[in-house]
Design a binder for this molecule. Sequence first.
Ligand code: FAD
Length: 406
Amino acid sequence: MTNSQNTRVIVVGAGPVGMVCALALNRRGIPVTVLESEPAPVMDQRAATLHPSTLEMLDELGIAERIQPHALISSTYCFHDRPTGTVVAEFDLGRLKDEIKFPYVLQYEQYKLTAAIAEVYGNESDFDVRFSHTVESVDQTANGVEVQYSSPAGTEYMTAPYVIGCDGGRSTVRKAADIEFEGFTYPERFIKIATGFDFKTVNSTLSLRNYFSDPNEWANLFKVRGETPEGLWRVILPIANGEDDATALSAERVEERLQKFFPKAGAYPVEYVNVYGVNQRVAASFRQGRVLLAGDSAHVNNPIGGMGMNGGIHDAINLAGKLTEVIGGATESLLDLYSRQRRHAAVNYVQAQTMANKRLLEERDPEVRQSNFDELRRTAENFDSARAYMRRAALFDSLEDAASIS
Ligand SMILES: Cc1cc2nc3c(=O)[nH]c(=O)nc-3n(C[C@H](O)[C@H](O)[C@H](O)COP(=O)(O)OP(=O)(O)OC[C@H]3O[C@@H](n4cnc5c(N)ncnc54)[C@H](O)[C@@H]3O)c2cc1C
């Protein structure tokens, strides 16, 4: 590496993956400019679970210790049979305390992670985060990439040896590089409702992370810290086909859903509600010359299991290591290896597991449901099978398997 002009990498998108990627490059001595279309850090209420494998990576970047005091710590997660109100199985990451550094997840909203990184490192030289900068086109030349963006100053251009698209599922960078986004969209959407009502006071079997199987209406229930010491519970439910967004988001319908989920006296206090379209898609390649993809720009999945952002952060760390080597003179084929390894992890672990999670929760056949429950119970009871299950769900297996690809 010679001077910062030649090595500065452009990261498009200041979401959790873009910010972690920028931080990981910056820690390795690579100057970065992050271009973000929003005028300020977004209070994105999507991801909230950081798995143990991801915490190890954030720890290496020096950020895990900073965020932990502001997060909820959750070692257990629970599968419930919603119609009968019984617990099917509980998994406890604490059982892995002798083999993993963080035997728990942190419930920590993604907007807090991006804000924490910006706050701690954003003012350091060579970590340049620019809001209100919307990337419009990306063109590769023989020696680099030219990015056109609009900012309050008008239309401008910037060149860099490499550009990383961390600009989400509708990625402009991916489209500019003409990379296919293969997969499908589910017919139904999901609704997420956050309430200050404390479900734990009325159901002592709850963990901070709960999955409810129900042939008519599955549910997820998670606790997050929110902005108050009491925290919030988030309920995620499918929206039936035919119900439009306006109806789904109406106060009456939200109240009706919550009362059906858990009937109680008085109305629920609702903090926020969002509707999401749900896709399972993976980019055909995570590299096109000097353009790289990471995070949702490269893969999207349903949120059951909390894997999208975690897998994206794993992309970011893998890519930052290899790109640093390439900028330092190593062969560019390392970037193809990045694409192969992380695409393998996305397809065989994140996609496979999240689709299986959804099938498990929505299964309608009574015999199949029963046999699923029996298997989950057996898995949770035996140490070796519970360990294998938890390591897979925490994405450790995906990392080990991807690392074995050459
Ligand atoms: C209900 C729900 C719950 C979820 N829970 C979890 C969870 O618990 N754990 C988990 O791992 N995942 C979860 N996910 C998935 C997770 O939210 C995403 O995987 C994650 O946000 C991806 O991060 P990202 O940085 O790749 O993209 P994004 O968070 O989408 O960030 C992309 C950024 O790029 C910016 N941008 C877009 N276009 C441009 C442009 N042209 N120029 C400049 N900037 C641009 C955007 O403004 C945005 O800030 C959940 C998703 C949903 C819907």
